[in-house]
Design a protein around this ligand. Structure first.
Ligand SMILES: [Zn+2]
Length: 112
């Protein structure tokens, strides 16, 4: 699940954000002071993959257009499938997080 921690350069507060798209990363601001000077910390959910792995994955993946994201069900399915493919152990909370992302409840939860 693309949940990342960011540290504020101004007040050192750590905030957690759900980053589903590149635009989400651009909107990251400190939840403590509102500063945009945020640096990403190593996520608790990390994947250790080589450059060639990423390249192979990129070449074989079907491009997902705007239509894909318009159906919220796809987001949950995609996240689950990707996690399984990557062999990531996301723990018992994963389904709950996916479900809240799918239904839009996650927006309240993570204060996006
Ligand atoms: Zn701050």
């Amino acid at each position: 699940m693309p949940i990342y921690e960011y540290e504020c350069a101004k007040c050192q507060a750590i905030s957690t954000f759900l980053i589903l798209r590149q635009e989400d990363a651009a909107r990251v601001v400190c939840k403590g002071c509102g500063s945009k000077k945020m640096s990403q910390l190593i996520s608790r959910v990390t994947y250790h993959r080589s450059e060639s792995d990423r390249l192979a994955e990129f070449n074989t993946r079907k491009p997902r257009g705007e239509e894909f994201y318009k159906d919220s069900r796809n987001v949950g399915l995609w996240a689950k499938k990707r996690a399984k493919e990557l062999g990531a152990d996301l723990g018992p909370q994963f389904d709950e997080i996916v479900e809240s992302a799918r239904t839009g409840k996650i927006l309240e939860k993570y204060d996006l």
